[in-house]
Design a protein. Structure first.
Length: 578
C-alpha cells in the first residue's frame, strides 16, 4: 500500500480521474460508471479535466492541471488513456503515467506496461458490423473514417477493417481511408476528403464506416447536406453506441462497447491495488454489433432475429413457459442496469401484464404498466431511448411464439405500437424541456461572463462569482487564484456551498495542493478540477461539485472565471503602470 491504513480510515480516500474532456456522451457514460462505483465504495473523486496531453511538457495549457493530481491530493488514479493520448501516442501516455508512481493507477482503453487496464475487444466488434454490411447488404466499396493516427484503439479498428475486407476478397484502397480526430466535425471533413480524392467518388462508395459514433454523425450531417440518402445511396456505421446513436435519422448501426462498465471496472481495479498492495491483472470487455436502420436493415433493434427451437410446434402458453426465463434475462440485459428506478422486478411485471392482455379479450394492463415504467424512469432522468430497445427485445422474443395465433399476434403488435408512441412522445417532451433549460442557461452564462469580465479588482470579482455561479445551478465551487509573482503560491479567492456557506480569501499556500492544508472542504464529496487559463497564462484552478447533469457546462464556467481573473490581473497591471 502507498498510504497507511489508519490514514485511509481517517477520511474517505480520494481517487483521481484524468480525462481530457467531460461534456460529451462518451466521457459522461464512462464517468457515470466511475461515479456509481465510487459511491458504493465510499470514496471521493477528483476529476482533473485538462485536455489532451501535449508533446511539449513545458507548454502552458489545460493539461497543466494534471500536475495537481499527485500523492498529496489523491490515493489512486484512473486514466482515460484512449482520449488523452491523441497527440502523444501510447509511448507518451506511458511516460506521463510513470510520473504518478507509486500511486495505484488503472488505464481505460490503452494497455501500458506495469499498470492494469480495462480495454474492449475493438477488433471483434468492428469486424462484426463490417461482416454484416458485406453479407447482409452486399457492400463492396467500403470507405473508412479512422481515428487519430497516434491512438491505439483507432489503429485496432483500422486493422479490423483491413482484415475483414481481406476475408471477403475485397481490395484495400488507401483512397477510401480518411483521417479524423473522433470529433463530429472531423467526420464531415472526412466526407469532403473522400469526395475530393481522385478515384474515390462518393457515387461509387456504398458504405462508410467511422471509427466512432461522433464521426459517423458528422458523416450523416455531411451526406444530408449533399442530399445523399442514408441508407438508400450510402450506408453509415459507427462505433461506441452513445445515447445519440439512437436519435440520428436514420438511427445509427454501430458497435456497442460497455461504456459505464469500463468506468466501473477501472475504479474497481484501482481500489483493489490500493487496498491489497499488488497490481491486479488487466481486463478486456466484449463488444457487440447493434443493428439499426443506417446500414439498410429494417428490423427495429440490434441483435439477430429470433430463432425457434422445439417450441415451434407448441402452443403459446407452453412455448412461453419454456422461454420465460430467457425473455426476462434478455430484457434485463438490454436495459443495462438503468431501470433500477422501476423496481427490481420490472421485467417480470412488464411481461406478466403483456401476457395477461394477450389472454384477455379486453386488454389494458400492459399499456398501463408501461406508462408507469416511463413515469418512474422520467423521474430519475433515465435515458428513455432504452425503453424502445426493451420493447424491441420483448417483441423479438414474444411475437415468434404467436405465429400460429393470428389474433393474438395482431393484438401484440397493436400494444407494442401504442407503447412506442408513448415512448416517442415522452422523449420529445424531454427534449423540449432540455432545449428550454439550455436556452435559459445560455442567457445566464452570457450574463455571467460579461459581469465577471467587467470586474476591476479581486473583491469585486469575488462578489460577482459568489452572486452569479449559484444562479447557474452550481451547488459547490471554490476558486483558487495563483499569485502573479510566479513563486508557486496560491490563494482561495472565494468558495460557495449550497445552503449559503461561503469561503473567503485564504492565506497563501503551495499551488501543488488543491486547497490549503487542513481545509475540510475536500473531506467529503466528489469534485471536478479545471484549470483557469487566459492568453496562455495559468491563473489558477476551479473546483466544482461533480454533477453529471451539469457536466456540459463546466468548461464554459471555467472560461468565464478565467476571463474575470484575467481582467483583474490586467486592471492591476495597468494601475501599477500609472
Amino acid at each position: 500500500m502507498n498510504r497507511p491504513r489508519d490514514r485511509l480510515k481517517a477520511k474517505s480516500p480520494s481517487i483521481g480521474v484524468l480525462l481530457d474532456w467531460i461534456g460529451d456522451q462518451y466521457h459522461a457514460a464512462v464517468l457515470r460508471g466511475i461515479v456509481e462505483t465510487a459511491e458504493h465504495a465510499g470514496v471521493n473523486l477528483r476529476c482533473f479535466v485538462g485536455g489532451q496531453l501535449s508533446p511539449d511538457p513545458q507548454a502552458a495549457g489545460w493539461h497543466r492541471v494534471y500536475e495537481l493530481c499527485n500523492a498529496r491530493n489523491v490515493e489512486g488514479l484512473v486514466v482515460l488513456g484512449n482520449t488523452l493520448a491523441h497527440a502523444v501516442g501510447t509511448a507518451g501516455l506511458a511516460r506521463h503515467c510513470e510520473g504518478y508512481r507509486p500511486l495505484p493507477l488503472c488505464t481505460i482503453g490503452v494497455r501500458l506496461p506495469g499498470f492494469p487496464s480495462v480495454t474492449i475487444d475493438n477488433e471483434v466488434g468492428m469486424r462484426g458490423v463490417i461482416h454484416h454490411a458485406i453479407r447482409e447488404h452486399g457492400a463492396r466499396r467500403i470507405a473508412f473514417v479512422r481515428g487519430p493516427v497516434a491512438n491505439a484503439e483507432a489503429e485496432l479498428r483500422l486493422a479490423a477493417y483491413r482484415t475483414t475486407l481481406a476475408e471477403h476478397g475485397l481490395p484495400f484502397d488507401e483512397r477510401l481511408i480518411a483521417v479524423g480526430d473522433f470529433m463530429s466535425e472531423s467526420g464531415t471533413d472526412a466526407l469532403r476528403t473522400l469526395a475530393d480524392t481522385p478515384g474515390a467518388r462518393l457515387s461509387e462508395i456504398d458504405t462508410i464506416v467511422a471509427s466512432n459514433d461522433a464521426m459517423a454523425m458528422g458523416v450523416l450531417a455531411g451526406l444530408e447536406a449533399r442530399q445523399i440518402s442514408v441508407p438508400g445511396q450510402i450506408r453509415v456505421i459507427g462505433f461506441d453506441d452513445v445515447e445519440d446513436a439512437r436519435l440520428t435519422q436514420p438511427p445509427l448501426t454501430t458497435v456497442r462497447q460497455p461504456l459505464e462498465r469500463l468506468g466501473q471496472e477501472a475504479l474497481r481495479l484501482a481500489l483493489e491495488w490500493m487496498h491489497h498492495g499488488t497490481a491486479p491483472k488487466e481486463l478486456e470487455l466484449a463488444t457487440e454489433p447493434v443493428i439499426r436502420r443506417s446500414c439498410g436493415c429494417t428490423r427495429p433493434s440490434g441483435r439477430a432475429g429470433p430463432s425457434l427451437g422445439p417450441e415451434r410446434s407448441l402452443g403459446f402458453e407452453a412455448a412461453l413457459l419454456m422461454k420465460r426465463e430467457h425473455i426476462i434475462l434478455e430484457l434485463t440485459r438490454v436495459a443495462r442496469g438503468s431501470f433500477a428506478a422501476a423496481g427490481a422486478d420490472w421485467a417480470d411485471r412488464l411481461l406478466n401484464s403483456l401476457v395477461a392482455d394477450l389472454r384477455s379479450p379486453e386488454p389494458g394492463g400492459f399499456v398501463g404498466s408501461f406508462d408507469t415504467l416511463l413515469e418512474r424512469l422520467v423521474a430519475r432522468n433515465v435515458d428513455l431511448n432504452l425503453c424502445d430497445e426493451v420493447l424491441s427485445a420483448l417483441r423479438s422474443k414474444l411475437v415468434p411464439l404467436l405465429r400460429s395465433d393470428r389474433a393474438r399476434s395482431e393484438r401484440a403488435e397493436d400494444l407494442f405500437h401504442i407503447c412506442r408512441l408513448a415512448t416517442s412522445q415522452a422523449i420529445q417532451r424531454g427534449l423540449m424541456r432540455e432545449r428550454l433549460y439550455l436556452g435559459r442557461w445560455s442567457l445566464a452564462l452570457n450574463a455571467t461572463s460579461m459581469s465577471l469580465a467587467a470586474s476591476s479588482d479581486r473583491a469585486e470579482l469575488e462578489a460577482r462569482v459568489l452572486g452569479r455561479l449559484p444562479q447557474l445551478g452550481i451547488r459547490k465551487f471554490i476558486v483558487v487564484a495563483y499569485d502573479a509573482g510566479g513563486d508557486g503560491a496560491a490563494r482561495v479567492l472565494c468558495g460557495y456551498e449550497a445552503g449559503g456557506v461561503k469561503l473567503g480569501v485564504s492565506p497563501s499556500f503551495d499551488r501543488a495542493l488543491l486547497l490549503p492544508s487542513g481545509s475540510t472542504a475536500l473531506d467529503n464529496g466528489s469534485l471536478v478540477v479545471l484549470p483557469l487559463i487566459a492568453r496562455e497564462r495559468n491563473l489558477g484552478h476551479l473546483l466544482i461539485d461533480l454533477d453529471l447533469r451539469q457536466a456540459f457546462a463546466y468548461g464554459a464556467i471555467a472560461e468565464a472565471v478565467s476571463v474575470g481573473l484575467h481582467a483583474v490581473h490586467w486592471a492591476a497591471a495597468n494601475s501599477s503602470a500609472h
